[in-house]
Write a protein that binds this ligand. Structure first.
Ligand code: XLS
Ligand code: CA
Ligand code: CA
Length: 420
């Protein structure tokens, strides 16, 4: 029995001038939806993700693709995201591994043509295999660096072939466990070199989409270099990668960095680098990456406010999320996707209502109005010198208080729009 019934998500509904489906290009994460079976370090898997085939075989890889496409069609999800390692098992050597990937890519491509479901982004898994224990681009071993490059090259080829809009670098082991054995500057330069090589190859291979860094502060490494959006942006600018890269912001990673999801979105958007979103949620009481399906409508409203203000995403909303371990049935999966698709759809509706209501934006505009004339305009033009400002301050005497921030008023407006 199917439990699919949306209360808020309607792909055709026009919200703030665009169809919901255009605001919300939802994607399924191959690794969670089709692989994660509830196993953790204290207990075995609870869900059966064999799809009738033996795990780790090419037959299983095909069965996962069958199940994934059936599920996406049923839910009306238009995109998927993948790691190379999610798609097909590794072979005895690089050549066999790549053959496995080619075979499954062909299989997926046929399904893609038949259904219209496309790749949102691809990424190379540079964390799982023991060879990457010291990182990929940041590895102390040039041989491992070269193997990482080979995997990136192949995954870029797959992403191009599958029509992906983006290519992600998530640096789970690009960091350190102790500074005693680490040359940080050296490692950062090498990560940049790997990214530069990826851009050069990708553009040659016909990849016209965005590269993304997905910031995360820790886990599995104790400290990861792409700590948060601000840090990643600094890195991209420092190494001249900001023309080809944007950010893929994950809600749970924001929590781990001690930020809100909205903060990370705003930092990226303020720099014109908000590319895509990993739409999940963490738990503020837990210090790890729980990858839960988002259901908090305050969070999704804030997210969609940022997205609307940024003019939408060139990427999409990847459900990098898994059901809780005791929720192990296929119906639980359906409920999880309905829950989050509805939560983001309702967030979109409410964010649009907040913008269209106009009271909050009018207040924010008014709050900075002093900068539109007089000394404020001089400051904005960048021409005001410290001497000029100092003379102005001496003449005016004690400045009046800057005006109430009216936070509680604004929160009342938000609640009024959310709940009536
Ligand atoms: C792990 C990350 C990972 C990336 C893709 O924490 O979220 O799943 O999204 O490698
Ligand atoms: Ca993610
Ligand atoms: Ca995560």
């Amino acid at each position: 029995m199917s439990n699919i019934k949306f209360r808020h998500y309607d792909p055709e509904k026009i919200v703030h001038g665009k169809k919901m489906a255009e605001w919300l290009p939802f994607a399924l994460a191959w690794w969670h939806a089709l692989d994660a079976a509830g196993g953790d370090m204290f207990g075995a898997a609870t869900a059966d993700k064999s799809f009738g085939a033996e795990l780790g075989t090419m037959a299983h890889a095909r069965a996962k693709a069958d199940a994934g496409f059936e599920f996406m069609q049923k839910l009306g999800i238009g995109y998927y995201c993948f790691h190379d390692r999610d798609l097909a098992p590794e072979g005895r050597d690089l050549a066999e591994t790549n053959d496995n990937l080619d075979e499954i890519a062909e299989y997926i491509l046929e399904k893609s043509r038949a259904t219209g479901i496309k790749c949102l982004w691809g990424t190379a898994n540079l964390t799982k295999h023991p060879r990457f224990m010291n990182g990929a681009g940041s590895s102390n071993s040039p041989d491992v660096f070269a193997r990482a490059a080979a995997n990136v090259k192949k995954t870029l080829d797959l992403t191009v072939r599958l029509g992906g809009r983006g290519f992600v670098f998530w640096g789970g082991r690009e960091g350190y466990d102790t500074l005693w054995n680490t040359d940080m500057r050296f490692e950062l330069e090498n990560i940049a070199a790997l990214m530069r090589a990826a851009v050069a190859y990708g553009r040659k291979a016909g990849f016209g989409g965005d590269f993304y860094i997905e910031p995360k502060p820790m886990e599995p490494a104790k400290h990861q270099y792409d700590f948060d959006a601000a840090t990643a942006i600094g890195f991209l600018r420092r190494y001249g990668l900001d023309g080809d890269f944007k950010l893929n912001i994950e809600a749970n990673h924001a929590t781990l960095a001690g930020h809100t999801f909205r903060h990370e979105l705003r930092v990226a958007a303020a720099e014109g680098l908000l590319g895509s979103i990993d739409a999940n949620t963490g738990d503020t009481l837990l210090g790890w990456d729980t990858d839960e399906f988002a259901y908090n409508v305050y969070d999704t409203t804030e997210c969609m406010y940022e997205v609307i203000r940024a003019g939408g995403l060139t990427g999409g909303f990847n459900f990098d999320a898994k059901t809780r371990r005791p929720s192990y049935t296929a119906q639980d999966m359906e409920q999880a996707f309905v829950l989050s698709m509805d939560a983001f759809a309702l967030g979109l509706i409410k964010a649009a209502a907040i913008i269209e209501d106009g009271r909050i934006d009018a207040f924010v505009k008014e709050r900075y109005a002093g900068y539109s004339s007089g000394i404020g305009a001089r400051i904005r033009s960048g021409d005001a010198t410290l001497e000029e400002l100092s003379d102005y301050a001496a003449k005016q005497g004690e400045p009046p208080l800057p005006g109430s921030g009216r936070q509680e008023y604004i929160e009342n407006v938000v609640n009024e729009i959310l709940f009536g």
